[in-house]
Write a protein that binds this ligand. Structure first.
Ligand code: 8X3
Length: 251
């Protein structure tokens, strides 16, 4: 039985990944802050696929709790085959010289430092078994800055570079590292970015058919299910009418 550990699994891309791995016979370690949402998802996957799940309800920025919960997993649950570092967010859309310090801290702490923390705890466990796969959810936003999004873009550029560095540091091992870089995906991403302004969030997806969380989970699964000798290093996946982080054709 294979095990996948997914951060930010209570909604959006993380939830879609949980469904994808469950459907393919994995058991799940699901992390997010909201226990109730995780429990509902675990119950549903149990009914639908018979999936065994353990919940890890903590804020990925809380290093002490992350360490305690991960290191107190039963030994066989520490045998993690795939880590999906999905937890992340954008906050605000403002000029770099006008942005909110709090928004910056939250993005940097979540998208960069927490991803590093979880990776730091899980990779040594994978090394012990001589197998494993780390799949980081980056973004097209990490390929180039776009107007008013520099700090978010910088955090996603960091995700790409941290993945590249990890791949180099693990090149002498069988452990694989993948960065998935989606473009516009309709989840609660923009509602969070705009601090709950649903109307402003809806405008982001007006006139274009965006990706779904499931489209991204398909890419994650493509990488995870590739033969052992195949390391999918990166996937850039965009909506058909999106060409880059800043070029979107709207009908
Ligand atoms: C999200 C993609 O294009 O909205 O990471 O910044 S985009």
């Amino acid at each position: 039985m294979k095990t996948a550990f997914i951060t930010g699994a209570s909604s959006g891309i993380g939830e879609a990944c949980a469904r994808k791995f469950a459907e393919n016979g994995y058991r799940l370690l699901l992390n997010a802050r909201r226990t109730d949402k995780l429990q509902a998802l675990a119950d549903e996957l149990k009914t639908q696929y018979g999936t065994d799940t353990m919940l890890l309800p903590f804020d990925v920025r809380d290093r002490e709790t992350a360490e305690r919960q991960i290191h107190s997993l039963p030994a066989d649950w520490q045998e993690i085959d795939v880590l999906v570092n999905n937890a992340g967010l954008a906050l605000g859309l403002e000029k770099e010289y006008e942005g909110s310090f709090d928004d910056w801290d939250t993005m940097i702490d979540t998208n960069i430092k927490a991803l590093l923390t979880i990776t730091r705890f899980i990779v040594p466990m994978m090394l012990k078994r001589g197998k494993g796969h780390i799949i980081n959810i980056g973004s097209v936003a990490g390929d180039a800055a776009y107007a008013n999004g520099a700090v978010y873009c910088a955090t996603k550029a960091a995700v790409k570079v941290l993945g590249d560095g990890l791949r180099i540091d693990l090149a002498d091992t069988p452990i694989r590292v993948t960065t998935i870089k989606p473009g516009l995906v309709e989840t609660n991403f923009s509602v969070i970015r705009f601090h709950g302004d649903k109307q402003r969030a809806d405008n982001v997806y007006k006139g274009i058919k965006p990706l779904t969380g499931n489209d991204v989970a398909d890419c994650v699964w493509f990488a995870a299910s590739a033969p052992e000798h195949v390391q999918v290093a990166e996937i850039l996946v965009l909506a058909t009418h999106q060409a880059s982080g800043s070029v979107v054709y709207r009908q």
